[in-house]
Design a protein around this ligand. Structure first.
Ligand code: F6P
Length: 428
């Protein structure tokens, strides 16, 4: 049986620890068997069974890695990009599916996104790590952004990121990587696929802007939070007869603003995809005044843009933003309305609250379903796909179709037309 130690720097195992290791082996075997009644995993019990490795806090150095198991599946897992709700639920779905298959599986959890893969910073995970996390927000693996546009540039110490990720993968003899992320993450995942690694991805983002899937997990939870914010603002806006702006996350796409705006009964919705004319926004406020409505709620996406700004070249726009006096676009919209109407305008920014907290029930179910399908793909040995959702069905979408494309709100989409029928203004 070939030993995997060749792939690593081997250091002698201390003879004095052998007895302790046997005791540990027995202990973990017994506890694992007991635990399997509750959570029936056949995952190998991390560092204490069959092989040894050392984890250092910032950078794992794999001293020795050998296992007796030939029929073992070795799965690397990571979460990358901005976090969102239900990342843990999705990972749990993958692991539960693998565990219930009775295949032997090792799970290598890479910490803080692609950084963990680049710098070999990982933890061996067992079934216990995925137990009780269905409702937990954030990600048990941690996350970070590793911009795709600099992926081919060496880091400060000259490390070639792509080569380093490949090395980690091969050194650990992984069968595949399960990668959870949004747009940027999918570009890198596709690159790794092109470099010959087996990759399965899961679509996470509160922005719901991933190509190839009608829905991403995190989105519905964020819609709930942003809608709650608009609901709260509604009562105070009505009491004071004010114009209120609620700024919703989404720099490039407006799905979250559109859905939360409609759910919260916003009167005006400003999206990155539909440039606004401030005079049209004011027309709507004045129309409401005339009709006896004392207040107006405006849902503004972080990336909302005026018609004038949309006409600027990239360079001109960048120049304008260098001297931009407002913390964000909402404050600019508020200032313009105030200047032109003399009305009192207030801005509320729920910000990262929209990504936080426990996933809503929809996302728990949705992420679990996606996770289950990812687990099945691994068992089928089918790689190079994102698990998506199309026409109410879970589907496998080739990564090359997903990477580098944004799913934006079309200005003539049915939902936009319907919102307009309801009297919502988009300022266009
Ligand atoms: O990608 C999700 C998202 O929450 C966007 O909606 C938002 O614009 C951005 O991330 C915020 O990024 P950061 O985590 O860098 O603050």
């Amino acid at each position: 049986m070939p030993r995997r130690a060749n792939a690593f720097r081997v250091r002698p195992v201390m003879t004095a620890s052998i007895r302790l290791r046997i005791l540990r082996y027995l202990f973990y075997n017994i506890t694992a068997r007991l635990a399997s009644d509750i959570f029936p995993l056949r995952l190998v019990q991390g560092k204490d069974l069959g092989y040894n490795y050392r984890i250092e806090p910032q950078h794992n150095e794999i001293d020795k890695c050998e296992t007796e198991e030939q029929d073992m599946k070795r799965i690397g897992m990571l979460t990358s990009g901005g976090d969102c709700q239900a990342l843990n639920a999705a990972m749990r779905g993958v692991v539960k599916t693998l565990a219930n298959s009775r295949e032997k599986v090792e799970i290598y959890g890479f910490l803080d996104g692609y950084k963990g893969l680049i710098y070999s910073n990982f933890q061996m995970l067992t079934g216990k790590d995925f137990s009780g996390i269905l409702t937990k927000g954030g990600t048990i693996l941690g996350t970070s952004r590793t911009p795709f546009k600099t992926i081919h540039e060496p880091d400060d110490n000259g490390v070639d990121k792509v080569e380093s990720m490949k090395q980690t993968y091969h050194k650990l003899q992984l069968d595949c990587l399960v990668i959870l992320g949004g747009n940027g993450t999918h570009k890198t995942a596709n690159l790794l696929r092109e470099e010959g690694l087996n990759v399965v991805t899961l679509p996470k983002t509160i922005d719901n802007d991933l190509w190839g899937t009608d829905m991403t997990f995190g989105f519905q939870s964020a819609v709930n939070i942003a809608t709650d914010a608009i609901d709260c603002i509604h009562t105070t806006a009505a009491s004071h007869g004010r114009v209120f702006i609620v700024e919703v996350m989404g720099h490039k796409v407006g799905w979250l603003t559109l859905n939360a705006g409609m759910a919260g009964g916003a009167d005006i919705i400003l999206l990155p995809e539909i440039p606004y004319d401030i005079d049209k926004v004011i027309d709507k406020i004045e129309e409401r005044d005339k009709n006896g409505s004392r207040f107006t709620i405006i849902a503004v996406a972080e990336g909302a843009i005026s018609k004038a700004d949309a006409k600027l070249s990239k360079k001109e726009y960048k120049k304008k933003m260098e001297k931009y006096p407002y913390p964000s676009v909402s404050y600019e919209v508020a200032a313009r309305i105030q200047e032109k109407t003399g009305r009192e305008v207030r801005v509320t920014v729920p910000g990262h609250m929209q990504r936080g907290g426990s996933p809503c029930p929809y996302d728990r179910v949705f992420a679990s379903r996606l996770g289950a399908e990812a687990g099945k793909m691994i068992l089928d040995g089918q790689y190079g796909f994102m698990v998506g959702y199309k026409n109410r069905e879970i589907v496998r979408v080739p990564l090359e179709e997903v990477a580098g494309k944004l799913k934006t709100v079309a200005p003539d989409a049915a939902i936009v037309k319907e919102a307009k029928l309801l009297g919502i203004s988009f300022g266009d």
